[in-house]
Design a protein around this ligand. Structure first.
Ligand SMILES: NC(=O)c1ccc[n+]([C@@H]2O[C@H](COP(=O)([O-])OP(=O)(O)OC[C@H]3O[C@@H](n4cnc5c(N)ncnc54)[C@H](O)[C@@H]3O)[C@@H](O)[C@H]2O)c1
Length: 258
């Protein structure tokens, strides 16, 4: 338990697939800080995993939402409005690309694979912010997305997901500008590699993880808890003056020239 008090706050966490998901670690730390948690998962197949997590906590709401359709996002926030009323925190921890587009040559990326990866991994933040915004009024709130430094550097195998992360990081800045007058802050955590369902699908993942641990200033990989602690900071009053930022949690790897 860290000394951040989120009692009375509600957080919607998108992107819980299993216990190893970054979203699960963030939900857990927000819960421990006192927030009421709404756990959102993509489809029925994941419900059992998510229900097990929710069973550990009081008052947790489960919400299915496939973000590939804006009407699903709108009805998810309608559920939050009718069951809880107001909202303080939104976590966007969602990404998807076809396996074929997470390996081989980037030049072979097909139009449909590009569209799918950008739609799910980047565009989805926009309707989430749009439909979440009215529930954050009048006090404001914090929106946190998950990104990776392949947004601006080349990691072979990460391919089209790097393009999606570049778009996502730009959205973070534009949404921060749009929503700032409502005291809604929008930031992203740029995390180093951690083992999850999604990361293991990337063909270059093992090399990415090894090289981070060998070359980062701290000479190690990061943990899920370290990502979650930074998300907690971004969701709390400690970061009240911070918006539009991409905060690296990567043992410092992004500063290195080699
Ligand atoms: N694991 C890493 O090394 C790492 C590093 C940096 C950033 N990230 C980012 O963290 C976020 C979470 O990924 P993770 O590593 O925890 O993997 P994960 O597989 O546990 O989470 C990805 C989530 O995206 C959800 N998702 C995919 N398509 C969806 C859709 N159409 N509608 C709703 N949800 C959908 C999945 O159901 C899953 O819950 C992603 O944005 C990822 O790019 C991960």
């Amino acid at each position: 338990m860290y000394q951040i008090d989120l009692r009375g706050k509600t957080a919607v966490v998108f992107g819980v697939a299993n216990q190893r998901s970054i979203a699960s670690a963030i939900a857990s730390i927000l819960h421990d800080a006192g927030a009421r948690i709404v756990l959102s998962y993509q489809n029925e197949r994941l419900r059992e995993n998510v229900a097990k997590m929710a069973a550990q906590w009081d008052d947790t709401v489960l919400m299915e939402c496939d973000v590939s359709d804006d009407s699903n996002v709108e009805s998810a926030f309608n559920t939050v409005a009718s069951s809880i009323g107001k909202l303080d925190i939104i976590i966007h921890s969602i990404a998807f690309a076809d396996r074929d587009d997470l390996g081989g040559s980037f030049v072979d990326t097909k139009r449909e694979g590009f569209r799918l990866a950008l739609d799910i991994s980047a565009y989805s933040l926009i309707p989430i912010a749009r439909y979440g915004r009215p529930l954050m009024k009048p006090d404001g709130g914090s929106i946190v997305a998950m990104t990776y430094q392949a947004s601006h550097r080349v990691f072979p195998g990460y391919n089209v997901m790097g393009t999606a992360k570049a778009a996502l990081e730009n959205e973070v800045k534009q949404l921060a500008s749009d929503l700032g007058p409502d005291n809604i802050r929008v930031n992203a955590v740029s995390a180093g590699p951690v083992d999850t369902l999604s990361s293991r699908v990337i063909s270059g993942y093992r090399d990415m993880k090894r090289i981070h641990s060998e070359r980062s200033p701290m000479r190690r990989n990061i943990t899920l808890e370290e990502i979650a602690k930074t998300a907690l900071y971004l969701c709390s009053d400690l970061s009240s003056g911070v918006t539009g930022e991409i905060v690296h949690v990567d043992s410092g790897y992004n500063i290195m020239g080699i």
